[in-house]
Design a protein around this ligand. Sequence first.
Ligand SMILES: [Zn+2]
Length: 303
Amino acid sequence: MQIPVAKILSTIAIVLTLVSRSDAASLRVVTTTTDLASLVTTVGGDKVEVEALVPGGFNADFYQPRPSDLFKVHRAKLFMQIGLGLEEWSRDLVNEANNSELVKAQVSVGIPLMDVPKGRVDYSFGDIHPYGNPHYQLDPEAGRIMAQNVFNALSYTDPANKDYFAGNLKTFDERLTAAEKKWDAEMAPFAGSAIIPYHESWSYFARAYKLMIPTTIENKPGFAPSPSRVQEVIEIAKKEKVRAIVTEPYYDISIAQLIGTEAGVPCLNLTIDVGGTSEQKDYISMIDYVVSQFVKAFSGHGN
Ligand SMILES: [Zn+2]
């Protein structure tokens, strides 16, 4: 069946009219990660419409933008990212989105960073953390600063609603403080425990809860371990008496499991972003899920 071109065009025109009407109603924000989108929703409330580019449970280090992402950025007023080179893939996307009005902000400002390379950085070897470790979202205190930076960006872009955003930020701050008390108490018995993560994504969590990381399975962020490296990690796991191997679902889980089995410790396969599991509904429940999985594993009831 042939559909007349004029009919298609008139349908598109109606759709575009609807889109631009809803544009006027609220501030359109595009974020790279779902954690960031969650914080924008928390602070922005009903004044914002937010979309994340990387779906929950995906690896933000290696995301490949889709054509529909171009449209999302094209019609957004504000683009927010984690920074520190995590979203190198977003540079071309933002440039090609043909949106000269777009306000761009990143939320790492003010966060005490880890794994910042000293001296010369060798980009030629494909280091994916060239400006320091970008996986700071697992430190709740970094989450507090992220929310403050979200507030700053929203208030800059939509100053008329600054007081409303400030009220939401205050509520979030209080909820986070209460949650941190709970997490601190739950994790306190395990301070000093050693873990071996697959990737450098657990450094900030370890700093927050005084866990030790003698090594990571990857020798260098973004590079799969060789068989001899796997053997070396098994030896380190035994020697350092690690209590868990930790991976995210998008790494080579069989390697993490093998190391866990050989070292006789549990292997935790955890999503570390909002939407990764159905329990991880927003930033606070995302961390809550992670903490509960650690407590289970360290108490001997792990998965
Ligand atoms: Zn990374």
